[in-house]
Design a protein around this ligand. Structure first.
Ligand code: GUN
Length: 289
């Protein structure tokens, strides 16, 4: 193996501790804690784990955590009413509605109901528009975490060839916008891309967010490329007959060719929550005027 391992866990721990110190200063200056409301609808096991971790990390950073757990059969109208009440609550600086929502609820309608200035996930169309036009706004946590890791490793990204594999609103599209803002030459690849290996081979930066276990292989990479693996997939390990987490990149072959690579777990994953706390503190400062 030749690639340097990008330690997202350590970077995230540093960010969380900096945010914690600033959250303490916010409380001293305003007499109240910054607050994050997290809404979970239904019983999705992965979402339950994420929501629990988000609540715990919020408290650890010295912020207030408001958890709202609603049953699977909650109506869209009731969920929107809850979001509106959180918009109006001065103790709540950030609002996060955990996705995916149950099928009978229109996710876009719920996201649109969040006050854009409390939208710490950066999913509201106003924040997507701000990002696309270069205005200040909230940027989705996972792609912002990826950019932090890239800049920490590479410094100036300008002029580099970057390929984002995946075009979701949560990761792929905002990731491409952020790389463009850093003056990269950006390609967005997806399930209809012809000859993905050929596209990946040109890239100095590869961001994999397709949700397909170990799809991107080492022999697709340009030697020395920096690889950011956003995927979190549970697979059955044939040797141990136990489940284990893998990324969208085939780590073992990629680490032989890449210059640097994020592991799964311990790479991008921990950054998402750290950036969420950072966004919540930014929201608190903006709302406190
Ligand atoms: N589901 C998967 N990732 C996320 C995220 O970053 N935010 C929310 N709200 N839901 C998610």
């Amino acid at each position: 193996m030749s690639a340097e391992i990008i330690d997202g866990k350590a970077f995230a721990a540093g960010l969380r501790s900096r945010v914690g110190a600033l959250a303490g200063a916010f409380e001293k200056a305003t007499g109240r804690k910054a607050g994050l409301a997290v809404v979970l609808v239904g019983e999705d096991p992965a979402s339950q784990v994420y929501v629990r971790s988000k609540g715990k990390a919020t408290l650890e950073a010295g912020m207030e955590s408001f958890e709202h757990r609603l049953p699977d059969d909650t109506s869209e109208a009731d969920l929107v009413a809850l979001v509106r009440s959180l918009n109006a609550d001065p103790a709540v600086d950030g609002i996060l509605v955990q996705l995916p929502l149950p099928k009978h609820i229109d996710e876009n309608a719920v996201i649109a109901a969040i006050d854009p200035d409390k939208d710490v996930d950066g999913f509201h169309p106003v924040n997507a528009g701000r990002l696309a036009t270069g205005l200040h706004g909230f940027v989705p946590c996972t792609p912002l975490g990826c950019i932090m890791l890239l800049k920490d490793r590479l410094g100036d990204l300008s002029g580099l060839d970057a390929v984002v594999i995946g075009r979701s609103n949560i990761v792929g599209k905002p990731m491409a916008q952020l790389l463009l803002k850093e003056s990269c030459t950006v390609t967005i690849a997806h399930s209809r891309t012809r000859d993905l290996a050929d596209v990946v081979r040109r890239a100095d930066i590869v961001v994999a967010a397709v949700g397909r276990p170990q799809m991107i292989r080492g022999d697709w990479l340009k030697p020395g490329a920096t690889v950011i693996d956003v995927g979190i997939n549970r697979i059955m390990d044939t040797e141990t007959a136990k489940g284990r987490l893998v990324g969208d990149v085939d780590f073992d072959s990629a680490a032989k060719v890449a210059g640097a690579i994020t592991p799964v777990p311990g790479g991008v994953g921990p950054m998402t929550i750290a950036v969420l706390l950072r966004n919540t503190l930014v929201a608190a400062h903006r709302l406190a005027g």
